[in-house]
Write a protein that binds this ligand. Structure first.
Ligand code: PGA
Length: 251
């Protein structure tokens, strides 16, 4: 278990209407109230206001699944940090692999969105991860270094308290195939070393790095026992209260 404060975030993706969000959070609240970790639910934009209201007075914080890089203006379909702040949203996932592969997110847009989140007091959950082909061809470290260098370009050390990194191997997302605890630890250690190259080892030791990709009640304990894994970004297992609570209440 790491010395950093663990953070478990649910990524609901495109699931749950307002009614569904209210119900799930109501069920979740009593189950996670004694959590040792920071607990976050990243819900669809349309359910953010409901989620903030439903979590009031609890230890659950609310996040979005993206944020625009501009303050306002002609950006059809985008949602600004100011709009999120107004609702009481505290976190924003940025650069999830589904956004990168299906919606054209690049290291550059991830970087711009991350800077905008930081500037507006949101905590950015910045996602990186390699595909199976990249891992098997030996390109993994290069890919992760490029993604990390790109995401953090121009971001200064004093802003890193507003950033969480989520290492999510693309081949483990939604597949039921989790990285082994050794794979997850080794790769996250590599990411931390990459951050140390940018900011020095002392600062890199303070940055929280989550694992994501089929993390669930069955594997959370061994993953969270690894020294460099500081939490999880949970997709499928965040959609049922008991499943997510089991992850949040890891041993
Ligand atoms: P999964 O998704 O837990 O369903 O694999 C994780 C994620 O995409 O963040």
């Amino acid at each position: 278990m790491s010395k950093r404060n663990p953070i478990i975030a649910g990524n609901w993706k495109m699931n749950n209407t307002n009614a569904g969000a209210e119900k799930l959070i109501k069920e979740l609240k009593p189950l996670v109230k004694n959590a040792k970790a920071e607990v976050v639910v990243c819900v669809p934009y349309t359910a953010l206001a409901t989620a903030v209201k439903a979590t009031k007075g609890s230890n659950i914080a609310v996040g979005s699944q993206n944020v625009a890089w501009a303050d306002n203006g002609a950006f059809t379909g985008e949602i600004s940090a100011e709009m999120l702040n107004e609702l009481g949203v505290k976190y924003a996932i940025i650069g999830h692999s589904e956004r990168r592969t299906m919606f054209g997110e690049t290291d550059e847009t991830v970087n711009k969105r991350t800077k905008q989140a930081i500037k507006n007091g949101l905590i950015a959950i910045v996602c990186i991860g390699e595909t199976l082909q990249e891992r098997e061809s030996g390109a993994m470290e290069k890919v992760l270094k490029t993604q990390t260098d790109g995401a953090f370009s121009g971001i200064v050390a004093s802003d890193l308290k507003s950033v969480v990194v989520a290492y999510e191997p693309v081949w483990a997302i939604g597949t039921g195939v989790t990285a082994s605890k050794e794979q997850a630890q080794d790769t996250i250690l590599f990411v931390r070393k990459t951050l140390a190259d940018l900011y020095g080892d002392t600062v890199a030791q303070t940055i929280r790095i989550q694992y994501g990709g089929s993390m669930n009640g069955k594997n959370v304990d061994e993953l969270m026992a690894q020294p460099d894994i500081d939490g999880g970004l949970i997709g499928g297992a965040s959609l049922k209260a008991e499943d997510f609570a089991r992850v949040v209440n890891f041993n």
